[in-house]
Design a protein around this ligand. Structure first.
Ligand code: E4P
Length: 217
C-alpha cells in the first residue's frame, strides 16, 4: 500500500515529503477552505513539491457534468501530475467518462458503497476514494467497504486504484492495508502518530545512556 498525504497545508506537505513516505497528495474543498487560498494556486504549488498524483477537486458549487468537465480540464492543465477529483453523483459519472476518455485521470470521491465504486470504475476512474472514518462515525465498519471493493476489483480484474480516505488514526491505516487498499491518503498528524512507539523512545534513551556511560560526550 502506498501513501498520499491528505492536506492542502504546504508546510505539512513539505514535512511528509521530506520523510520519503508519500508519493501523492489529496485535497478537498474543506481542506482548501481551511487554507483560505485559491484552489488552483494551492494545487499548483503542491505539484511543485511532490512528484506524484495530486488530487484537486472541482468546486463544491459545481454540480453539473458540463461544469465539472470544464473545471476538470482547467485543473488538468495546471500540471502533468494533476488528478481531477469529482464527487460520486450521476453528473459526476458523466464528467468522469468524458475526462477519462481525454486521458485525464479522475479520482471519484465520497464513495460509501461497493456499487458506487464499481460504477466509477466502469466510467473510467483512475481512482476511487471510499471514506472510512465517515462510515465509522455512523456505526458502519469502514474497513469492510475497503475489503469489499478490493475483492470485487480483484475478481473482475479492474485496474482502478482504491484510495482509502477519511482516515482518522493509525489503526485505520493498518486495517486498510490488510483490507487491500492500493493507497491510503493520511492526514499529516496521523503520519506522525504512526512513527511513534514508546519502546522506540525508551530504546533510544537507553542506547544514549549506555553509550555516554562508557564514552562520555
Ligand atoms: C480525501 O480524499 C477525503 O476528502 C478526506 O480523506 C476526507 O476526510 P474526512 O472525512 O476526515 O473529512
Amino acid at each position: 500500500m502506498k501513501f498520499f498525504v491528505d492536506t492542502a497545508n504546504i508546510e505539512e506537505i513539505k514535512k511528509a515529503n521530506d520523510m520519503g513516505v508519500i508519493c501523492g497528495v489529496t485535497t478537498n474543498p474543506s481542506l482548501i477552505a481551511k487554507e483560505g487560498r485559491d484552489v488552483y494556486e494551492v494545487v499548483k504549488e503542491i505539484a511543485s513539491i511532490v512528484d506524484g498524483p495530486i488530487s484537486g477537486e472541482v468546486k463544491a458549487t459545481t454540480v453539473d457534468a458540463e461544469g465539472m468537465i470544464a473545471e476538470g480540464r482547467e485543473i488538468a492543465k495546471l500540471h502533468k501530475n494533476m488528478v481531477v477529483k469529482i464527487p460520486m453523483t450521476i453528473e459526476g459519472l458523466k464528467a468522469c467518462k468524458v475526462l477519462s476518455s481525454e486521458g485525464i485521470k479522475v479520482n471519484m470521491t465520497l464513495i460509501f458503497t461497493a456499487n458506487q465504486a464499481l460504477l466509477c470504475a466502469r466510467a473510467g476512474a483512475a481512482y476511487v476514494s471510499p471514506f472510512l472514518g465517515r462510515l465509522d462515525d455512523i456505526s458502519v465498519r469502514g474497513t469492510d467497504l475497503i475489503s469489499e471493493v478490493a475483492e470485487i476489483f480483484n475478481i473482475h480484474n479492474i485496474q482502478t486504484e482504491i484510495i482509502a480516505a477519511s482516515i482518522r488514526h493509525p489503526m485505520h491505516v493498518t486495517d486498510c492495508a490488510l483490507a487491500g487498499a492500493d493507497i491510503a491518503t493520511v492526514p499529516y498528524k496521523v503520519i506522525e502518530q504512526m512513527t511513534h512507539h514508546p519502546l522506540t523512545d525508551a530504546g533510544i534513551e537507553k542506547f544514549q545512556k549506555d553509550y555516554l556511560a562508557v564514552f562520555g560526550e
